[in-house]
Design a protein around this ligand. Structure first.
Ligand code: PEP
Length: 258
C-alpha cells in the first residue's frame, strides 16, 4: 500500500479547505487502485472537510493534538475532541511543532500514546537538521527521536502507527532528499522496529517520506519499496500538484499489480 498525507498547515481557511477536499476526491475518481489518503486541514476546517470526505476513500487527519487528556489547557485540542470530529489520523511531532513550539520527545511520546488510546493513527514525524546531516549524525538523531517518541509503547492488536521521515532541511525548502538516501533512512528506521515496538515485524510498519515533494519527484520516491508513502506540505494545497502526486501513487500501485 502507499499512503499520501496532505498537511495543509495554516495555509487555508475553511472555504479553501472544502474546495481542496472536493478536488482531491475528484482526482481519485476513476482510478483503478487508490493509495490511502489522509487530509489534514487546520482545526477550524475539520468539521466542514469531514462532511466532504464522509463515505469517501479519504480520511480526515489533524495536524496536532494536546498531550494532556483534558482540563485547564487554554487553546489546546484533545484527542476526544478530534474523535468527535471524525478524525482518524494525527500528525505528531512535526518539525515545526518541535522547533517553533518547543515540543520534545517526551511530549511527542505522550501525544502518541493518547492518540493510540483514542483509537486514532499517529503519524510520527522524525528527521535530522542540516548540521546533523553534515556531521553524519542523521541516523543517531532519528533513532533518538524514535526511542523518545515510542518510549514504553506496546502496540495492541490492530493499533497502527505511521512514521514520517522528514529531514528538517528538506521541509519547505524546495530541495528534497535523494530517493536513495531516503530509502537508506527508511531501512534504518525499519531495522529499529523490533527494539522500538516489540512483537511488531519491520514490514508491518509504514514509513513515509516528507520534504519538498511535488508532482515532479513524487514518483521517484513512491516507486521505491522502502517508501510506503509521502507526507506532503506545500504541494498539498496546490490541487494540480497534489493530483500529480496521487496519480504517481496510483501508477505505482498499478505497475505493481501488473
Ligand atoms: C511538511 O511540512 O511535512 C512537509 C513535508 O512540507 P513540504 O512538503 O512543503 O516540504
Amino acid at each position: 500500500m502507499k499512503t499520501i498525507v496532505g498537511n495543509w498547515k495554516m495555509n487555508v481557511g475553511t472555504r479553501e479547505s472544502v474546495a481542496l477536499a472536493r478536488g482531491v476526491l475528484l482526482a481519485l475518481r476513476g482510478k483503478k487502485r487508490l493509495p490511502e489518503v489522509a487530509l489534514c486541514p487546520p482545526f477550524t476546517a475539520l468539521g466542514e472537510v469531514r462532511k466532504v470526505v464522509a463515505r469517501s476513500h479519504a480520511s480526515l487527519g489533524a495536524q496536532n493534538v494536546a498531550a494532556e487528556e483534558q482540563g485547564a489547557f487554554t487553546g489546546e485540542i484533545s484527542t476526544r475532541m478530534l474523535v468527535e470530529l471524525g478524525v482518524t489520523h494525527v500528525i505528531v511531532g512535526h518539525s515545526e511543532r518541535r522547533h517553533l513550539f518547543g515540543e520534545t520527545d517526551a511530549s511527542v511520546n505522550q501525544k502518541v500514546i493518547r492518540t493510540l488510546s483514542a483509537g486514532m493513527v499517529p503519524i510520527v514525524c522524525v528527521g535530522e537538521g542540516a548540521a546533523d546531516r553534515a556531521d553524519g549524525k542523521e541516523r543517531d538523531v532519528v533513532a533518538a527521536q524514535l526511542r523518545g517518541a515510542l518510549a514504553d509503547l506496546h502496540l495492541r492488536h490492530k493499533e497502527r502507527i505511521l512514521f514520517a521521515y522528514e529531514p528538517v532541511w528538506a521541509i519547505g525548502s524546495g530541495t528534497s532528499d535523494t530517493p536513495a538516501d531516503a530509502v537508506a533512512m527508511h531501512a534504518w528506521i525499519r531495522s529499529l522496529v523490533p527494539e522500538l515496538l516489540p512483537g511488531i515485524k519491520p514490514e508491518q510498519v509504514a514509513v513515509l517520506y516528507g520534504g519538498s515533494i511535488d508532482g515532479s519527484n513524487a514518483y521517484l520516491f513512491l516507486r521505491e519499496d522502502e517508501v510506503d508513502g509521502l507526507l506532503v506540505g506545500g504541494a498539498s494545497v496546490k490541487l494540480s500538484e497534489f493530483t500529480k502526486i496521487l496519480d504517481a501513487a496510483a501508477d505505482v500501485l498499478d505497475a505493481r499489480a501488473a
